[in-house]
Design a protein around this ligand. Structure first.
Ligand code: AGP
Length: 614
């Protein structure tokens, strides 16, 4: 979490930093700050609140400088207030630093520094690190780069940092371990550093992704130099960004979330593009080609992910078991990494992550890797840490997802999982040719069917208005629809702050049924499929207790229409692909309820888009 951005070049840094921080605000929005240097003088502005609050705070001040750093915070150490906001300064005020990550041994380091006479003003771990760097520079009489290098060797934890120094006004130093740091290489010795490429794309498409344990120094005249913390020089590897600037704008929608929901026909298509051919009866995922045989031979697949990506993983479990007959376990990455799991070199670990930066997923990957497993990634952000850490993988190609609530990433993840399971099943011979062909054809019809679900938006908004004041909600589904029930509940709670639970429909009678009364909205996926009749019975059970039923049904359904309070009709499709359609009404319901309750839809409280701390 936390977004960091930095600039050094010929332009005024402030507008670049503010624009960059607005793009990075999805990473945290508890407080914000900037530091700029002009003629060897450091100007520091920071405050609690969002980037807009920072702008208001700065309003009217003469902010100047062609070198500067900016930060938007998701608090870890210390409550969100002005003092704990970044940039943090060293004791003398000579150094300023922005930081994304956690310095785990900060307490020990702080104690040592206090014993050496340093005093602290904030509660942050970041202040400890910048004071440590200053302490080393003063006592060991080394230059700034060396002081940073020595300090980072003492640090345990995760960091992406950028530092400015009053004594070195033409130098900017950045470093990374576990948290991301991208360096933009512009024209005429102009450089950017940021948590992701979104603040950079407008100025240059050339980027260097800093690796763990690397320190980058930009000197106005000498340019970019990279060394690792063992002090070995590294050659910067410049890559070209694929990102498009227009994808980072709202494009006429009121919120990014709504834009991203409505983008799904295209994002699913983009995800399939060039990967399947109905005529040739083929699915080709170039990124995993060399590992397909290994997947075919796998005794087991372990899926690791968090949040919405974990829900997509559950759909993946059903798909791989159905189509490729490979046993699958779906693990919360945060649990997997701490429970001494049994893994060996015959295991395939599938890591799913929109951002490609989630700390728990990354740690789960490292653990599985150390035990010899083959790691396949399914990521959205190209060049992200997870994408680079895995042995192979397939991008979801959904385009940048800015809204904190994940929507188009989920449908793209499910699409990739379907393609993967089909490719492996076909190679393994576990899907009959005719079934493969039918499913492939059906998959190509999904974007149009999503489009037709989106046309129900007005009706979904009407339903949202009826239930917006409910304090609780229950989501039920069976089989492939169970993960969608979990996802529907997650969407509602994270952006509307209404308590919601997702359950396998049949589990309701083992406890949650006690919650049902005339106040309780129960959202049910009751589309045609193997468990349709069973779900109809579950609906009857809810109605018998006066619960309110909002059912997502297949077009033309008359049975549920008779029992439910509301039905949302969606096109028919293969049960295995139904999550791609049935999740859409739930995304829209949550969106409309959140807007009606005046919540901050794109940046819900306490959350951040990339969870880069464990
Ligand atoms: C989804 O709406 C959430 N904001 C969250 O659960 C998210 O899916 C989770 O943090 C995982 O993120 P990732 O896909 O970037 O790894």
């Amino acid at each position: 979490m936390c977004g960091i951005v930095a600039y050094i070049g010929d332009q005024e840094a402030y507008p670049i930093l503010i624009k960059g921080l607005k793009r990075l605000e999805y990473r945290g929005y508890d407080s914000a700050g900037v530091a700029l240097m002009d003629n060897g003088e450091l100007q520091l502005y920071k405050c609690k609140g969002r980037v807009a609050d920072l702008e208001a705070h700065i309003n009217g001040a003469d902010v100047r400088g062609t070198i500067g750093i900016g930060h938007t915070r998701w608090a870890t150490h210390g409550e969100p207030n002005d003092v704990n906001a970044h940039p943090q300064s060293s004791g003398s005020g000579d150094l300023v630093m922005i930081h994304n990550g956690i310095i785990e041994n900060y307490a020990t380091l702080k104690e040592e520094l206090i014993n050496r006479g340093h005093t602290f003003v904030s509660d942050t771990d970041t202040e400890v690190l910048i004071q440590l760097i200053e302490d080393i520079r003063q006592h060991e009489e080394v230059d700034l780069f060396e002081a940073v290098r020595i300090a980072l060797n003492e640090v345990v934890g995760a960091y992406a940092i950028v530092i400015l120094s009053r004594k070195d006004p033409d130098i900017m130093i950045g470093a990374k371990k576990s948290s991301p740091l991208t360096i933009g290489v512009g024209n005429n010795n102009e450089y950017f550093m940021a948590s992701d490429a979104t603040p950079i794309i407008e100025y240059t498409k050339n980027v260097v992704y800093l690796e763990d344990g690397e320190i980058a120094m930009v000197d106005r005249t000498a340019g970019l130099m990279i060394r690792n913390i063992e002090n070995q020089e590294k050659t910067p590897y410049i890559q070209e960004l694929e990102m498009q600037l227009e994808n980072l704008e709202k494009g006429g929608y009121e919120h990014f979330m709504l834009k991203e929901i409505f983008e799904q026909p295209r994002s699913i298509l983009d995800c399939m593009r060039g990967r399947l051919s109905v005529e040739k009866g083929k699915v080709v995922l170039g990124g995993i080609k060399d590992y397909e045989q290994k997947m075919v031979n796998a005794k087991r697949i372990i899926i690791v992910a968090c949040g919405t990506s974990w829900h997509a993983g559950l759909v993946g479990e059903y798909l791989f078991e159905d189509l490729a007959r490979i046993p699958v376990e779906v693990e919360y990455a945060s649990e997997f990494r701490y429970r001494n799991p049994i893994i060996d070199e015959d295991d395939i670990v599938l890591a799913i992550s929109q951002s490609g930066e989630t700390a728990d997923t990354l740690a789960a990957i490292e653990l599985a890797k150390s035990k010899g497993a083959t790691i396949i990634g399914i990521c959205n952000v190209v060049g992200s840490t997870i994408a680079r850490t895995t042995h192979a993988g397939s991008y979801t190609h959904a385009g940048p997802e800015i809204g904190v609530a994940s929507t188009k990433a989920f449908t793209a993840q499910v699409t990739v999982l379907a393609l993967m399971a089909m490719a492996i099943g076909k190679r393994k011979g576990t899907i009959p040719e005719s079934a493969f062909h039918l499913l492939l054809t059906e998959l190509t019809s999904i974007p149009d069917k999503v489009e037709s679900v989106l046309k129900r938006d007005a009706q979904i908004k009407y339903i949202a208005d009826i239930y917006k004041d409910a304090p609780n909600a229950l989501y039920l589904g069976r089989g492939y629809s169970f993960p969608v029930a979990l996802e529907g509940a997650l969407k509602l709670k994270e952006i509307s702050y209404i308590h919601a639970e997702g359950y396998p429909a049949a589990e309701m009678k083992h406890g949650p049924i006690a919650l049902i009364d005339e106040e309780m909205p129960v959202f049910v996926i009751a589309t045609k499929g193997p468990s349709y009749e069973k779900v109809v019975s579950n609906i009857q059970e809810v109605k018998a207790r006066k619960g309110k039923i909002i059912a997502v049904v297949t077009e033309g359904d008359i049975v549920v229409k008779d029992i439910a309070d509301h039905v949302i009709e969606i096109p028919d499709t293969d049960d295995k692909l139904m999550p791609l359609l049935s999740v859409i009404p739930f995304q829209l319901i949550s969106y409309h309820i959140a807007v009606m309750l005046k919540r901050n839809v794109d940046q819900p409280r306490n959350l951040a888009k990339s969870v880069t701390v464990e």
